[in-house]
Design a protein around this ligand. Structure first.
Ligand code: HEC
Length: 105
């Protein structure tokens, strides 16, 4: 678990450096303990972060609709993406990152 966390931090740092992520340190932590648990794995039906093919169709509906799916939950994703500690602004920032809305649409 420790190793996984440091790998994820390295991943986040890389994304931050490439200009895709505008997350505070707190938001990065929320991402790691919530969204990444599902969105970094190849489980069937889970759209994977950093894999544009998984997002092309979804992202066409626009950021606000994506955010609404996260807030209300969608299919296998629980409401708030499990992140009870997230504010709406947090969820928006995390949604943009998970869906890859910045940098490569
Ligand atoms: C328990 C697993 C799980 C967690 C935790 C989770 N997601 Fe998801 N997420 C999913 C699944 C599964 C889908 C696909 C749902 C579907 O289309 O039926 C999804 C879909 C999405 C979508 C696309 C919504 C759409 O309208 O197509 C976005 C954006 C998203 N997740 C962002 C997030 C963010 C941001 C977080 C953290 C705050 C998060 N997810 C946490 C499982 C999860």
């Amino acid at each position: 678990m420790r190793l996984l966390k440091s790998l994820l931090s390295a991943l986040l740092l890389t994304m931050a450096c490439s200009g895709q992520a505008q997350l505070s340190e707190r938001q990065s932590r929320l991402l790691v303990v919530n969204c990444i648990q599902c969105h970094a794995r190849g489980n069937a039906g889970f759209p994977i972060m950093g894999n544009p093919d998984d997002w092309k169709t979804r992202n066409r509906q626009g950021e606000d609709r994506l955010l609404r799916s996260v807030i209300e939950g969608l299919g296998g994703m629980p409401p708030l993406g499990y992140c009870a500690a997230c504010s709406e602004a947090d969820l928006r920032a995390l949604t943009r990152l998970v869906a890859g809305l910045e940098g490569g649409k």
